[in-house]
Design a protein around this ligand. Structure first.
Ligand code: GLA
Length: 388
């Protein structure tokens, strides 16, 4: 997905995107769609930089989607185009393949390796998940492709198998050493709920978000989250180093957080304390104690800022302003950090004023145009056949 895309420009309900994808396939490639793969973006409520340490996370799928319309071809070529850049490429024809196309090829090849042979395909992509802002546009793209292939092949991989395949596509084809959180929630979320996921065992359960009581807002800092890539890999290495020094396979096996110490130990402390906060937030949400839930989010941000050190100026400003607004229960950075988005939990009745005030105060303080908008917890990916 292209960088710097404006959030406001990324619009469309799932239904509108499905229509646009089918129309795009016809208009641009001259092909009638046979099936659709639909996958949402995500925001993480709590549990960051814990997934690759076998820890707990609690993301939710949001009402922004990537939709791919596709049809089988008689030969083995894969042609794919996207409304996001207007490009149309034939996969596997050598150098110059744009970044987004590598994800598509990765998922198709890995599906083939598991026996989900797609053969030749014509594909068209539409999306309302903005790229580069930490709302998992790449996981949405990968899971949408895998779901389209499942639908065309009339065989399901299973939620976690599909998530793992898509995670592997990011590792191998895009060189991004991500955890499993994004792909899991994009593939398997239950509408109206966040997903409490143990990334060590892949056991998960839905936790209802009571829309009558609270609203979840995404606050985009306008700073590209891609700046974080180098830091992400470095922190991941620090966590591995810490696990080795502390004699555990993954940091989530630790019962007590190490005190003080160097960067590796600070990372370990974040992971251990963050796992407890995820547990507490899930319990608070189940008990309807949204104040306590919000407090966990605030503490999570402080830990990501002071111990894990992945927040940065823009995110710190956005979160600090949000935490000071009336009607806000909690706020924190979400995802990898450094740039991208914060997530805000607000009292339902205050959501509108919080969004307006946060945008204005963020602009005043930083001179940047942020964007703050409410999101709803939607279900994970789905496929649909289109009757001729
Ligand atoms: C990115 C990765 C995830 C996770 C988060 C941090 O979004 O893709 O796997 O590690 O960062 O929690």
């Amino acid at each position: 997905m292209p960088d710097g895309e404006s959030i406001a420009g990324c619009v469309g309900t799932a239904r509108e995107l499905c229509l646009r994808a089918s129309e795009g396939l016809w208009r641009e490639l001259g092909v009638r769609a046979e099936a659709l793969g639909i996958a949402p973006g995500r925001v993480n409520l709590i549990g960051d930089h814990t997934d690759y340490c076998g820890g707990l996370v609690m993301p939710m799928a949001i009402d922004r989607w990537t939709v791919i319309a596709g049809a089988k071809r008689k030969d083995d070529l894969v042609r794919v185009g996207t409304a996001l850049t207007g490009e149309i490429v034939t996969l596997g024809t050598g150098a110059g393949e744009p970044g987004w196309a590598r994800y598509v090829r990765g998922v198709i090849e890995l599906c083939g390796a598991t026996g989900l042979e797609a053969g030749g395909l014509d594909l068209w992509i539409e999306s309302s998940v903005p790229g580069g802002s930490g709302l998992s546009s790449s996981a949405a793209l990968c899971v949408a492709v895998a779901t389209l292939i499942e639908t065309l092949a009339d065989r399901r991989l299973g939620v976690m198998a599909k998530a793992e395949l898509c995670q592997r596509a990011e590792h191998v084809y895009a060189g991004v050493p991500c955890g499993i959180m994004d792909q899991a929630v994009v593939a398997g979320a239950v509408a109206g709920s966040a997903m409490l996921l143990n990334c060590g065992t892949l056991a998960w359960e839905p936790v209802a978000i009571d829309e009558r009581a609270v609203a979840v807002l995404v606050a985009d800092t306008g700073v590209s989250r891609r700046l974080a890539d180098g830091v992400y890999a470095a922190r991941r290495r620090s966590c591995e180093e810490a696990a080795q020094r502390l004699g555990v396979r993954s940091l989530s096996e630790l019962e007590k957080a190490p005190a003080g110490g160097d960067e590796a130990m600070r990372c370990a402390r974040h992971v251990v304390t963050e796992n407890s906060r995820v547990r507490l937030l899930a319990e608070a949400a189940r008990g309807g104690d949204w104040k306590l839930a919000g407090e966990q989010m605030n503490a999570s941000h402080a830990s990501l800022r002071d111990d894990f050190r992945v927040t940065g100026e823009a995110l710190d400003a956005m979160v600090e302003i949000a935490q000071g607004l009336s009607g806000v229960l909690g706020a924190r950075m979400t995802g990898a950090g450094m740039g991208g988005c914060a997530v805000v939990l607000a009292e339902r009745a205050a959501a509108g004023s919080v969004a307006r005030e946060l945008e204005a105060k963020y602009r005043e303080r930083t001179g940047r145009e942020g964007a703050v908008f409410p999101v709803r917890a939607v279900g994970g990916a789905s496929g649909a056949r289109i009757s001729p």
